[in-house]
Every structure is written in C-alpha cells, then in structure tokens.
Design a protein around this ligand. Sequence first.
Ligand code: HC3
Length: 416
Amino acid sequence: MSSSGAASSQASGSSWTAFLKSIASFNGDLASLTAPPFILSSTSLTEFSSYWCEHPAIFAAPAKEPDPKKRALLVLKWFLTTLKQQYASRSEQYGNEKKPLNPFLGELFLGKWEDEAGTTDLISEQVSHHPPATAYSITNVPTGVHLEGYNAQKASFSKTINIKQIGHAVLTVPSPSGGEPETYLITLPALHIEGLIFGSPFIELEGATYITSSTGYTAKIDYAGKGWISGKKNSFTASLYPTGKEKDILYSVAGQWTKDFQIHAGSAKHSGKDTLIESYDPAKAPTSKLIVAPIEQQHPLESRRAWSKVAAAIAKSDLDTVSIEKAKIENAQREMRNKEKAEGRVWQRQYFSVNTDAPDKVLSTLGPVVGVPDHGDAEKTGGVWRFDPVKAEKAKELHRMTPEEIAKVAKELLGQ
Ligand code: HC3
C-alpha cells in the first residue's frame, strides 16, 4: 500500500480480496502469510527494536530521579511514550501497516542516538529462526540506563489477525543513591489488526500489560479501542501502586497512546486540575533520529545491507526480483543450517546468550507479580535471551573484516 491504504487497495481490489480469503485459512505462521505486493514492507522486524528508544532523554530520565516512586512513574511514562512508535508510526494517517521482512538467523540491526541525552546504543539481533525471535539491548551511556529483552509473536485468526507477544523486556536503572541497580520487568501487549476488510490495516492494542519493579512498585496498563472506555481508538488507562496493593493508587494515567494523555497524582476517580502532574502529547514530541552506518560500512549480516537488493526491488514493485533475492537468502540460510547440523555445531549469536541460570533471577523474583513464568516461555522463543557483554566486546573485533572476509560471509550466509 503506497500513501493511502484505502485508495490503493481499491486499485488492487482483487489481490486484496484474495489475501483476505487466504488469511481466513491462516495457520498462525506470520512468515508464511502471502501478502499482495503493495503490502510488503522493506523494513525487517529487527529494526522494530529501535521503537523502544526514540526519545532517549525520556528513556534516561529515571536515572536522575531520587524518589523511587517517582522513578517508577518516569519508567511508566517512558513505556507509554514508546507505544506510538511501536504500534502506529508505520501507519500514521491511513491504515497502511505492512508486512515486515522476516529476519534470518543472525541478522543484526545496529545504531545509536546522539542527542541531549548523550549517546544511546542499540543492538538488535535475530536470535532464533524457528521459532522466530528478536533480542535487543539499548544502553544510554552517560546514565547506564539499560533495556534488554526479546520477543516472538503467536498469531491466530478470528475475525481478524490477532497477535500475542511472547517475551518480555527488562529495564535496569542505576540507583541515584549508589545502591544496587533496580530492575523493571515489562510485559508486552497483545494486538490485533483493524481495518483489514477495508484494505487499510492498522494496529489496536488490547488486554493489559504490567511493569513491576524490584523497588516494590507495579504499573498496570489497560488498553482499549474505539467503542470501549472512551470511545476513542488507541485508548488506555494506567495506574501505579505499591506491589500487591492495587487499590492504593499513587498515580494514574489516561488518554490515547497516539494522541495525548494525562498523568495525575492518586486515583483516576479523584483526578482533576489540582491532581494533574503532566500532559503528554506523543504526536507533538519530536523523536531523536537513529544513526545507522552507511550500507557499505555495515557488517554483511546487518539488516539494511543484507536486504538491500530485496528493498530496492520492493521499492520498484519488481516482484520477480523480490522473490529471487529473498530465495537467495533463504536457500543460503537453509544450507548453512544443514552444514551446522552435519558438523554438530550451532550458529553463534553475536550479542546474546541463552541464560543457563535456571530459573532466571529477574523472572523468578518479579515474574510471579505479572504472570511471566520463570522459564520465560523459552520453548516459544528458543531460550531466555540475555545480553552478553563479553560477546559484545568480541563482536567489535569480529566486525573488523577485510573485503575478502565480507564477500565470503555474504556468499556463504546470504547467497549474495
Ligand atoms: C504483527 C506484525 C509483526 C510484529 C510487530 C511487533 C509485535 C514486533 C515487535 C515490536 O516491538 C512491536 C511490533 C509492532 C508491529 C507488529 C506487526 C504489525 C503487523 C505485523 C504482521 C506480521 C503483518 C500482518 C500483515 C498485514 C497486511 C495485516 O499488515
């Protein structure tokens, strides 16, 4: 879909109808969904990890707040400010949510933000292919605020495409008083696609998610679409309370995660002008631009370099070339997996490792509060993936490659 979803779907009406028929018999595997050409995106899912930090100053802000409950509120605020980027930025005016590229194992997306918050580094890696899972690490260098997590999706069809996110994120905030760093376990919202029938797909969030902290605070966020709570799309209400005391609301937040929302002290029941702490309008908050190395300087497994031929063909709507170039990557990957199997080895992830400490410390302490099992749904994501700083250090070395080494990797792993 080009600029207006509805308009271009009229032009491509028959292929959209065929697509709708095909998803009615959808088997839950998002990768196997054969979307019409105008709904193909040239962006890989590994890039989506950057949505967590398009406002680095808001991400880093908790590190400077001495009061633990206000810190928990700042974490909740940051989370809420990421929602528009995560779920609506690709589909700003019209519903034109496209089908992202399905990452290959080992695919990387690396970048950084440079702004008033200093340098914030992003690492995203496809850590599993069957089942597909993406892991990420985001660190604001001056403050040490660090986010890591991993996610996979489980899709089903009932009236529309429904997606459950499997995985979680963990935010670490160094204590401003110099004590132990605090951790926040964050769960991920379920979503469904709206507007499918009209050829203008967009995301609506549903259900509830949580953020619970090692300092004893929990936030619950309830999502609702048009027709529920406020009758407006992308609505939510959130409350922050001492863990286990859901009725003792310290702060409440309500509004639309795409338009504007208000943060109040105390329960929403008593909120008025006198309790208002802040109004935030995600549509007016400028994002910081992610800096990504020019394609020719990227590692051959970096997303934009690896998919460059596919992306160019999608831009020209040259479907034959899209299929040929995608097949080269898929075939090379298949051969590599066969080779690894024959040699009794597995693909070495460059930045993340499966946590072998069972049960995981964060999940066993904070997981029960928010319903995350201590095994982290590992069988659905290939493991509980944690950032591995030792590997990340080695990766710097590995990324210093000669042109011959680059050509070898591109041939062997991507068929290019
Ligand atoms: C469901 C989704 C792929 C997964 C995307 C995720 C859940 C990935 C992790 C990010 O942090 C948040 C996120 C945002 C959007 C999610 C995508 C929306 C649509 C896409 C489907 C695979 C495409 C469905 C095809 C079509 C034509 C209906 O858009």
